[in-house]
Each structure stands twice: as C-alpha cells, then as structure tokens.
Design a binder for this molecule. Structure first.
Ligand code: MLT
Length: 301
C-alpha cells in the first residue's frame, strides 16, 4: 500500500482516475509520493518515507532539488504536458503586442447612441496596429514550449531564429527546418524584433536577461517572458523600457514594479491554465508517480 499526498484538487482527480487500489490519498503526513503544482516546498521537512515528488507542470523551481537529491528523493516534471497551453498564450500575447485589441474593446464599451457604427468608422484610425508577418522572432530555449512557439510563429509568417545550447537538431520536438538555429544568444538579441524566453529557472539562468544583454537588443524590440519572472533582471528591464530601448515587456509574472507601467502587459501566471493542460499534467504526473513507486523506473506517459 502506497500513500500519496496531493496539493491540489486536479492532481487528486488525476490519481483517482487510475487504479488506486494500492493507494491512499492524503491520509498521512508521511507519504511515499507527492503530486503538486505550484506549492513551494522549499521550507518543507521531508519524511523519511518519501520516495518521489511529481510536479504537474514544467518548472521544478518550487522544489529543493539539491536537498531531494541528497536524500534520494526522485523529482520529475511532466514534460510537454502543458506546452500547447503556454504556446497559445505566447502567440496571443504576440498578437496583443502588435494590435491594440484591449484598447479597442475598452473604447467600444464607452460608445453610446444610435450612430455607433459611424463613430467607429470615424475614429478607428486611433487603433491602427502592425503585423507580425515579416518580423523576426527570437526564441531563447527550444525545449517543448520554445519549439512549439518557434514552429507556430513561423506559420504566422514570422522569420524565426532559435537559440538553445542543449537541444540537438534531432530533438524530439521537431523544430521546423524553417527556424534558423543560431549559435549565440547575442545573435538572437541583436537581430530580433520580438524576443521570447523559454528556459528553466536554474542558478545558471537566473537574471540571464541582464542589463548587459538588454543593451544588445534592437531599439524598439519587444520582450516576452512566459517562463519564470526571475529569468530577467527586472530593474534592468524597467530601465530599458524607460529609456525607450525596449518597446514593451509582456510577461506572465506579476511584480508591483510593473503594474503601473504603460508599455507592459502583465498576466497572472496563466500560461498553463487551460482545462486541457491541467488534465494532461495531472494525468502524466499521477501515472508516472504510480509507475515509479511500483517499478522504480520513470516513464512519462
Ligand atoms: C509550469 O511550470 O509548467 C507552469 O508554471 C505550471 C503552472 O502554472 O502551474
């Protein structure tokens, strides 16, 4: 009999869908396995019984990996399970960056009277945008999410360059041959109109978008960060925005320094928040944990 602790209802649902004959859910503080989403485990005391932690999502920065490794606790994520959801939000945000969709919707709501259509036709020139097609997108990090963003941005007509020091050309995520692979992050930064970051948060990637890197960016470029807030040096981003070096910053990570700024769009960490992604992650985390506890092997399915 294995005991599993879940930290959210979706993970619990995922586990209940499978053969739970040999499992007890949430009935102990000394579980064999944990399934969680974004809960921070850095201050948690791990029980001697704990064998594995399954993160229903991509990033594992909410889990103290080093401590787990020292204690022999296996940690795994659910690679690719929410990639489509994040990709769709990144593409939507790219479109928001070029078309004043939010401003247009808000303006229409202020109109009154029988001649709304005439007012619209007379004033719509206030909301002229631009197009993504023909502009260059630089994708930093070509894992499951970055590769999907790169492929679909190409399908939108963008020129796409991608940089990732670790992903081989034969990556399972079939990066289109139309995505030009470049050998340095500097090349992405100096040549792209839009730059999107898709790397995990590690000691080596924390604040990787630094003041030094931002100084290389084309004037008027747009930066997107839907991976982790700490990947950018936020003070340096704000300074680049104020100096007009960066046209805008679109991110899924709120910070009070960003809230009042005009040329910033901040979403409340919605990248993976679709029904489909939540189910995919819960299923993969639960199935993988169950299989690991039974066999000692990690096989994502
Ligand atoms: C991820 O790391 O995949 C996301 O942050 C997941 C989430 O929103 O929980």
């Amino acid at each position: 009999m294995y005991t599993i602790k879940t930290y959210n209802a979706i993970a619990e649902e995922g586990l209940k869908k499978f053969d739970v004959e040999n499992y007890q859910l949430n009935q102990t503080d000394d579980p064999d396995g944990i399934v969680l989403r974004s809960q921070n485990l850095h201050d948690m005391k791990f029980s001697s019984q704990l064998k594995a932690i399954a993160r229903a999502g991509a990033g594992t920065n909410n889990i103290p990996i080093q401590e787990c490794t020292e204690k022999g606790i296996v940690v795994f994520n659910t690679p690719g399970a929410n990639a489509n959801a994040v990709k769709e939000l990144v593409l939507a945000s790219l479109l928001l960056a070029v078309r004043p969709i939010i401003e247009g919707v808000e303006w229409v709501k202020t109109l009154e009277g029988p001649d709304i259509d005439k007012k619209v036709e007379a004033e719509k020139k206030r909301f002229v945008g631009s197009e993504l097609a023909g502009k260059q997108l630089g994708v930093i990090g070509l894992g499951s999410i970055g590769a999907m963003v790169a492929n679909d941005a190409y399908r939108l007509g963008m020129d796409v360059v991608g940089y990732d020091p670790y992903v081989s050309v034969d990556t399972a995520w079939s990066i289109s041959s139309r995505v030009k692979r470049v050998l340095s992050i500097e090349e992405v930064l100096t040549t792209s109109d839009y730059i999107t970051v898709h790397v995990p948060l590690l000691d080596s990637t924390r604040a990787m978008i630094s003041a030094e890197k931002l100084a290389l960016i084309k004037k008027d470029a747009v930066l997107l960060n839907f991976a982790r807030g700490e990947l950018v040096d936020l003070d340096a981003v704000i300074s680049a925005l104020k100096k007009g070096q960066l046209k805008s910053y679109l991110t899924d990570f709120a910070d009070e320094r960003l809230i009042e700024m005009d040329n910033v769009v901040v979403l409340p960490h919605l990248g993976a928040s679709t029904e489909e992604a939540e189910i995919n992650c819960a299923k993969m985390a639960s199935k993988t944990l169950k299989y690991f506890l039974e066999t000692g092997n990690i096989v994502h399915s």
